[in-house]
Ligand binder design. Structure first.
Ligand code: F6R
Length: 614
């Protein structure tokens, strides 16, 4: 998804910091990139389709070192096409005012066609197919050369849709205006320079002191920091906060891919997720973000866990956990479906929004819908200070560290672990006994070590992956609490290896999909030794009777392995914890298939890390 970087300094060239910032945002997925550089008397724009490295090479030729020095202010962008093809013309920054004004924009301007028609009537000439260019011209029409921020505010008041923007104008040398509504924007306050970005990972190598803008904020950025206002020019106080992530934690650390690094980080990530949250005296969980009195917890009638993609799959695991451990009727809802189905939700319902990034547009809209209908709303996010975390107002952070690879891995296992702790806490206010709670505490505390055991199987998993890497289609089967993990295994496989993969409830296979099975369609069956295993073994026999090769996820030492062509072993756990260890084996399996197929693992085609548009 699109990324924004801005840089303002008295003496340092903006060139390098902007390109470095774009490189850090590459993981979000994009198809073109560009920068605008401003000096006291000059505004220059450079754009390229393809990778940031291309843009960097182009800049090195077009603007060699000595010339760069005078450009101490700049904005930059990676574009992920929404309106118009991924071309240089459609890439940002977009210009207006005869090339004196430059704008970068994330989000979607929904009324851009009407704005464009009006502006064209007034004589504005458009060169791109983008919605963003309409905003650039609109700002220019309000700019009298007097108050730049006022001109930007007036234009933004006419915009329907979402935006995170950074804008420069030669009429106002040295000034950068930034604003947000629905698209994140963070300002990093450094020593003698200020960095702006749509994602904190583009900032941490410069400074860890940041200001998070809220929706509706507009700010004037200078080398000293930023002054924040509402669009009606009322000053607002936004605290400078300390980011805990350092630059190193956003690097690959010797692994071939961020995805592999993040898979291997899971024992540590889970330790951080669990740390200080288990009460081994009362057999419950201590989740500061859910500090509701037991009486209030007891009045909750229903939970609705909301998310997209991998987060939705974690939410589906949550449904099993909440129902089995806390006797709480729970549904798991895809966020876009939820927001548009006029959901029946209100006081006594608990909406739990799951989102690694905390910026997914549909999940955010579902949070707003739930807040508006009076439900109790909690967020489970990884990115601290993200929009969903702030708007839900209450919640639990994953503390899994930055997830850079587009394919989500450690966020899934951390989400399931948080949901386990939430179910434990809720269960203990209901029917779950102290003894059962203590047992679950032990199981949760053991998870990081159990995941480390799965990681030791990496070589074996790679060898099994090599046998199946040429397949065009795969099926993933799971039963009960393992069904969402089968869906997650299939999602990992399809998104990074482009193998067509589908997840099914094991029992559903014979109601149709079995027609597709044959020698060329491997089946990955989740055969962990938990209740229901024998029935899944029966489904495996059905697959093998159709000559489909079966890869089983099997509990160490369990005889179920003999029903499979190959087995990937995971340690013994209870059913409640089985999704965590199983997901790790499936992540490695998908990773190795993708690697052997030569895929671009960290940035799969057509995908974006953070889906901030509907
Ligand atoms: C899959 C993946 C996506 C995300 C989904 C939600 O590997 O990464 O399916 O899980 O886009 O993103 P978040 O969790 O940031 O809301």
């Amino acid at each position: 998804m699109c990324g924004i970087v801005g840089f303002s300094s008295h003496s340092q060239s903006a060139c390098r910091p902007l390109v470095n910032g774009l490189l850090r945002l590459e993981y979000r997925g994009y198809d073109s990139a560009g920068v605008a550089l401003e000096s006291a008397d000059d505004l220059r724009v450079f754009k390229k389709t393809g990778k940031v490295a291309e843009l960097d090479r182009f800049l090195a030729e077009a603007l060699p070192e000595p010339e760069r020095g005078k450009y101490t202010l700049g904005i930059a962008h990676t574009r992920w096409a929404t309106h118009g093809l991924p071309t240089e013309t459609n890439a940002h920054p977009h210009l207006a005012d005869g090339g004196r004004l430059a704008l970068v924009h994330n989000g979607i301007i929904e009324n851009y066609a009407a704005l464009r028609a009006k502006l064209e009537k007034r004589g504005c000439v458009f060169v791109s197919q983008t919605d963003t260019e309409a905003l650039a011209h609109l700002i220019a029409t309000f700019d009298t050369g007097d108050d730049f921020m006022a001109a930007v505010s007036q234009a933004l008041k006419q915009v329907e849709g979402t935006y995170g923007i950074a804008v420069l104008s030669l009429r106002h040398p040295g000034e950068m205006i930034v604003a947000r509504r629905g698209s994140p924007l963070v300002i990093g306050v450094g020593e003698g320079s200020t960095v702006v970005a749509s994602d904190v990972s583009a900032i941490v190598s410069y400074t860890r002191q940041v200001i998070y803008l809220n929706d509706g904020d507009i700010a004037r950025v200078t080398p000293e920091g930023a002054d924040v206002f509402t669009l009606d020019n009322v000053p607002v106080a936004r605290d400078v906060q300390q980011v805990e992530w350092d630059a190193a934690s956003a690097e690959k650390g010797g692994y071939a891919h961020f995805m592999l690094k993040e898979i291997f980080e899971q024992p540590e990530a889970l330790r951080n997720t669990i740390r200080g949250r288990l009460d081994r005296t009362d057999g419950t969980a201590v989740l500061a973000g859910l500090n509701l009195p037991p009486r209030e917890l007891a009045t909750i009638r229903r939970a609705v866990v909301i998310g997209c993609g991998t987060s939705l799959h974690a939410g589906m695991v949550g449904k099993y956990l909440f129902e089995s451990l806390a006797d709480l009727p729970t549904s798991a809802e895809q966020a876009a479906e939820f927001r548009y189905c006029n959901p029946i939700i209100g006081p006594h319902d608990w909406a739990i929004a799951l989102s690694q990034s905390g910026e997914t547009a549909d999940t955010l809209a579902a949070v707003r819908e739930s807040v508006g209908k009076g439900a109790l709303v909690s967020a489970v996010c990884n990115v601290v200070g993200s929009t969903i975390a702030r708007e839900a107002g209450r919640g639990v952070y994953l503390h899994a560290g930055p997830e850079i690879s587009v394919a989500s891995t450690k966020a899934f296992t951390a989400q399931v672990t948080v949901l386990l702790m939430m179910a434990l806490k809720l269960g203990r206010t209901r029917r779950l006994s102290r003894e059962a709670g203590l047992r679950l505490c032990d199981e949760i505390a053991a998870l990081p070590d159990l995941v480390a055991e799965v990681l030791k199987e990496n070589d074996r998993i790679a060898a099994v992956a090599a046998k199946y890497a040429a397949a065009n289609d795969m099926f993933f089967l799971g039963r009960g609490i393992l069904y969402p993990t089968a869906l997650e295994g299939a999602l990992k496989m399809k998104e990074i290896s482009y193998v067509h993969a589908e997840g099914y409830q094991a029992a559903e296979l014979k109601h149709g999909p079995i027609a597709l099975l044959g020698r060329a369609t491997p089946v990955v069956a989740l055969l962990n030794d938990v209740p229901g295993k024998e029935k899944t073994v029966g489904n495996v026999q059905e697959c093998r009777a159709r000559e489909a090769p079966v890869v089983g996820i099997v509990t160490q030492g369990d005889a179920a392995a003999r029903h499979c062509d190959d087995a990937l072993f995971v340690p013994r756990t209870s059913a409640a914890c089985a999704p965590v260890v199983t997901a790790v084996a499936l992540q490695l399996f998908a990773y190795h298939v993708a690697r052997l197929r030569g895929c671009e693992i960290d940035q799969p085609r057509n995908l974006a890390k953070s889906v901030t548009v509907e």
